[in-house]
Every structure is written in structure tokens, then in C-alpha cells.
Design a protein around this ligand. Structure first.
Ligand code: ADP
Ligand code: MG
Length: 245
């Protein structure tokens, strides 16, 4: 461990989506704003795409931390499931105990829960992360959930997040109906040179670094280039650099 050597409180470039390290770069700020706005809108699907490591899960985590507890959240990212299992997971993640296990019973129970929450003035949010791995038919199942509504409002807000393949998938003819319901969509790109520098220094600072210039401008040039500004890659490179010194 090099943390002691550099005087860090913790490792600055871990690969977990830790909101404490959240750097408000323009693209991350915009992603968060799109999700927040989409939730207020209550009309349809919200889609967040970006390369592996762009920061999708981190942004979602920050969003969740900002939500009041009047929002009930279910979060799914296990993608190799049948439609019945998917429904079971959603119901479970909302904290429901539903008698019986047929699809109809689960859907009925879910619908009742959502109506109850609506009556209480609460919101329900379903987050599907890594959604690029979902089959077309599973994505269709998720679309059907968005049919649950009061006539005026959707009972559950749905965020689909995933790698760029998700975007391609959503443009396929089989998913036309789902695509029509997407009201907000945002694609996360990498950070530029200046943002990469800001990102690195921010993470160092949060980790407790006293030294402002651990990485030289030339090193940052190279990191920005190799990583294409993708935070996960920046972290991997910086971690390796700190390790070798
Ligand atoms: N805005 C950000 N501020 C700080 N760290 C970030 C930011 N965006 C991404 N990261 C870091 O990059 C890594 C990958 O982020 P993650 O959210 O898991 O990406 P994705 O879900 O898009 O694959 C994590 O270590 C995360 O902490
Ligand atoms: Mg992720």
C-alpha cells in the first residue's frame, strides 16, 4: 500500500462508484441534471448511456443520495434472468412480500403497492443498470411496467442505464414502442484535458493529499490521451503510476 508513503487517508483512485469522490465535471453535472429533471417530469423513460467507466453508476448513486425518502427505489442490474425472475427481483427490491408467485400475482401486488405510494404522495423509481445486456424481450417487459399509471401520471419512473450498445438496441425496430416513450436521454462522453486534470486533483484532495502537484502537466497530458477522459481508465492509470512512483 502506498497510501502512507504519500500521506493519503485512503486510496484516491479506487474503482468503486463512491459519491464522496464525485467530481462535478460538466458532463457529470449534465448527466445528473438530466436524471433529476426526468424524475420531475414523470412521463416516461430516462436513458443514460456512456462507455464502461464513464461514470453512469456513480451519477446514479449521487442521484439516489440526493433523493428524499418519499422516493421508493428498486435497482436491478442482474441481466440474465427470465421475465418472471425480473419481476420477482423488482418486487423484492421494492421491499414487497407478495403471496403466490405467478406473474399476474406479482404484477397485481406491484400495482397495488405503486397505487398506495401514489396515494401517500410518494414516488417510485426503477433503475436498470447495465441495461445493454438485457434481451429485447426483457426490455419489452420493462416497457410494460411503464403502463402502470393513474391516467395522469406514470406510477413508476424508469431509468435505463448502460453502455453505448443500449443506445443501438433502443433504435432497433423491435423496441420502437419503448423508444417512443423515452423522454430524456443523455450520453456521457469523456473528460477533456483540463477536466481530467481537475478530476485527478480533486480525487487526490479528497483522499487527503497535501501535495498539489503529484502529477506533472506532461503526465496529465498523457493520462488524458490514453484514458480518453474516461474516469475508470484515469483511475487505473493513476493508481498504477502512484504504485510505481
Ligand atoms: N464524476 C466523477 N467523480 C469521481 N469519480 C468518478 C466520476 N465518474 C466516474 N468516476 C469513477 O470512475 C470509476 C467508474 O465509474 P462508474 O460510475 O462505475 O462507471 P460506469 O457505471 O459508467 O461504468 C469509478 O471509480 C468512479 O468512482
Ligand atoms: Mg456502471
Amino acid at each position: 500500500m502506498y497510501t502512507q508513503f504519500y500521506g493519503f487517508k485512503e486510496k484516491p483512485f479506487k474503482l468503486t462508484p463512491d459519491p464522496d469522490f464525485f467530481y462535478h465535471s460538466p458532463v457529470h453535472r449534465q448527466a445528473l441534471a438530466h436524471l433529476t429533471y426526468g424524475l420531475e417530469d414523470k412521463q416516461g423513460f430516462i436513458v443514460l448511456t456512456g462507455e464502461i467507466g464513464a461514470g453512469k453508476t456513480t451519477v446514479i448513486q449521487v442521484l439516489l443520495n440526493n433523493l428524499k425518502d418519499t422516493t421508493k427505489v428498486a435497482r436491478i442490474n442482474n441481466t440474465k434472468v427470465t421475465s418472471l425472475q425480473l419481476l420477482e427481483m423488482i418486487v423484492q427490491d421494492f421491499g414487497l412480500k407478495i403471496q403466490g408467485s405467478s406473474k399476474t400475482e406479482l404484477l397485481d401486488g406491484l400495482n397495488r403497492f405503486l397505487l398506495e405510494q401514489h396515494a401517500l404522495g410518494n414516488y417510485a423509481l426503477l433503475i436498470v443498470d447495465e441495461a445493454q445486456n438485457f434481451s429485447t424481450s426483457l426490455l419489452e417487459e420493462i416497457r410494460l411496467l411503464s403502463n402502470l399509471e393513474t391516467g395522469k401520471e406514470k406510477l413508476v419512473q424508469i431509468i435505463l442505464s448502460g453502455q453505448p450498445e443500449l443506445g443501438y438496441k433502443l433504435r432497433s425496430p423491435q423496441l420502437r414502442q419503448l423508444a417512443q416513450r423515452i423522454t430524456i436521454s443523455f450520453h456521457m462522453t469523456g473528460l477533456d484535458r483540463k477536466e481530467t486534470e481537475g478530476y485527478i486533483n480533486y480525487r487526490l484532495q479528497v483522499a487527503g493529499s497535501q501535495n498539489r502537484a503529484l502529477f506533472t502537466p506532461k503526465a496529465i497530458d498523457q493520462i488524458a490521451e490514453f484514458s480518453k477522459g474516461i474516469p475508470r481508465m484515469i483511475n487505473i492509470i493513476c493508481d498504477a503510476a502512484l504504485l510505481t512512483g
